[in-house]
Design a protein around this ligand. Structure first.
Ligand code: NAD
Length: 359
């Protein structure tokens, strides 16, 4: 049965890197029997330009019937003065909420040949393989009430609400335990239960869910310690599960352990396994249109899509192996370039992966 992939290139380098990922999908379709149909739409600034909204009705309609979504990135200098609700980033929050993409998978894997690119010593990070599972549709980014107001003496004050329902914690815990079962069977739940009631409930529910996964070794860590441990001894972690705010910060820190933001894919899944796949980086307006952006995070997002939404681990492994091979052969975009390697542009890097897949 043909599965439908909605392609949302977005803004800035989004268009360039998605074009390379589509080349990879095309090869898998032409040569390896992948049965998918691609449909295109706009999001972020591109959505605003075309339809006056960062998450246009047309995109929403297409997303509702897609089996998976491939997204580039959103954002750009030209949209910074727009009212908050029309800014590109609001498009991302809207599609995540609309499709109930509550489980955000952020792997931090360090290819052996790139160990020197990390700011940490190679022996601390070489062979790193962490999966951070971040709750994506709840917590303080969505909690009500939220506002900036003024008091009687005209002093402004602002507040947000960190809130989690038991059902929200339960489903992200199940998602994380299932991933831990497919990996090293160790799960670390990160919270701030010594200070926050939300975290107290989080911990209680995670412990309750753990009874259904007796093979998984569960541990708990306060978020401040987790931040320290991530840079001190990152290889101690297998799977980490945490809420939206803590996950946002920790997953970026974990990403930088690997040296390049251009190398890391991500997945955001809902309860039925439908998912949106995107690189973790933004639209990089500083390098957009120059054919220098690294497309590998987006190409590896296609691999995650095959694994988690399209049920095709064989082709996912094939992409991962091709990327590994291309790096072993010395191909490097500017962000991961070191002397002695072959410096290539965005499209040449995509072509190298395609050539390796066909080899
Ligand atoms: P960014 O991730 O776009 O860029 C940070 C730095 O990393 C820049 O120097 C950029 O050139 C570099 N970089 C990023 N991706 C790269 C790649 N594939 N290859 C080589 N270098 C790469 O973050 P930013 O500069 O803080 O934000 C730029 C815009 O992107 C903003 O509008 C922001 O809101 C938006 N943003 C979007 C997302 C998303 O779409 N998921 C995520 C983060 C930021």
């Amino acid at each position: 049965m043909t599965q439908k992939i909605l392609v949302l290139p977005g803004d800035g380098i989004g268009k360039e890197i998605v074009a390379e990922a589509v080349k990879v999908i095309d090869v898998l379709t032409a040569d390896f029997g992948l049965e998918v149909a691609l449909e295109y739409g706009e999001i972020g600034g591109a959505g605003y330009d075309k339809s006056g909204h960062p998450y246009p009705e047309d995109t929403k309609k297409k997303a509702a019937t897609a089996d998976a979504i491939l997204l580039g990135a959103v954002g750009g200098y030209e949209y910074e003065e727009l009212p908050r609700e029309l800014r590109p980033e609001r498009g991302l929050l809207a599609i995540r909420a609309d499709l109930d993409l509550f489980s955000n998978l952020r792997p931090a894997i360090l290819n052996e040949t790139l160990a020197d690119a990390s700011s940490l010593r190679p022996e601390v990070v070489a062979g790193l393989d962490i999966m951070i599972v971040r709750e994506l549709t709840g917590g303080i980014y969505f909690g009500q009430p939220r506002a900036i107001e003024s008091n009687e003496s005209d002093e402004r004050f602002a507040y947000n609400t960190m809130v989690y329902k038991e059902s929200e914690i339960e489903r992200i815990a199940h998602s994380a335990f299932k991933i831990a079962m497919q990996r090293g069977k160790r799960l670390c739940s990160v919270d701030k239960a010594n200070v926050l009631e939300v975290s107290e409930l989080w911990r209680e529910v995670v412990i309750r869910v753990s009874a259904e996964y007796p093979e998984v070794e569960l541990s708990h860590m306060y978020v401040d310690n987790a931040a320290m441990q991530l840079v001190k001894e990152p290889k101690q972690f297998d799977v980490v599960v945490t809420g939206n705010l803590f996950g946002d910060i920790l997953s970026d820190a974990a990403a930088m352990l690997t040296g390049s933001i251009g190398m890391l894919p991500s997945a955001s899944l809902n309860a039925s396994g439908m998912g949106m796949y995107e690189p973790i980086h933004g639209s990089a307006p500083d390098i957009a249109g120059q054919n220098v952006a690294n497309p590998l995070a987006t190409i590896m997002s296609v691999s995650m899509m095959l694994r988690y939404s399209l049920d095709n681990a064989v082709l996912a492994d094939k992409i991962d192996a091709a990327v590994e091979k291309v790096l072993d052969q010395g191909y490097r975009t500017a962000d991961i370039f070191v002397e002695g390697m072959k410096k290539v542009g965005t499209d040449e890097m995509g072509d190298a992966v395609v050539a390796e897949l066909k080899a």
